[in-house]
Design a protein around this ligand. Sequence first.
Ligand code: HEM
Length: 192
Amino acid sequence: MSESTISTEADYGPLTGLIGTWQGDKGLDIAPDPEGTENNPYYETIEYSACGNITNAETQVLAAIYYRQIVKQKSNDGVFHDQTGYWMWDVARQLMMHSLSIPRGVCVLAGGRYSGSKAPTGEVIIEVTAQADDVDWGIIQSPFMAGNARTTTFSQSIAVGNGKLSYTQTTMVDIYGNTFEHTDKNELVLSS
Ligand code: HEM
């Protein structure tokens, strides 16, 4: 039997630069609406905390970072998106994973091999994807969402470094009789 599954020391690899609290006010959300499309400028805070190493089946070691993301609409300062999850780095397999949950009854486990690519200005680029029905990187949703607002794919690219964090993400949703490309992007700076 192993002594412990979580240790405090960890090599967060490409995720190292995420740890801390970030704020950004250049957000743009494009979301489905019964009449067509909503364009919602937003601002947000994302807090990433180091969790340490997690060992699976005594062989896989994941360095994990927990986060909470709170997004507010510029038009009325109301919270209109609340998300939580983990980023996980498997150094042995050079694999990146992002698990996330949103309070609509939707959970995603997105993943991808880390390419090592960097922006021209030096930021680390991390990309993950998931698809409903994919056996490796999938999407779980409630019966209501599966029937009325089914998420079919999720893809995300983040760039982090030099005190800056930017992301773009696309969530494909089958809703109101159409397939909708729900997108979000923002640029944040490290506030603490
Ligand atoms: C910054 C991130 C995000 C923001 C600001 C955001 C915002 C929104 C907004 C404004 C709507 C329109 C419905 C409403 O007014 O409540 C919506 C719908 C939806 N979002 Fe997001 N979203 C984000 C990320 C995500 C993610 C990561 C997922 C899932 C992987 C997701 C899944 C959905 C689904 C399935 C709907 C359709 C439900 C409906 O319109 O009633 N969203 N989102």
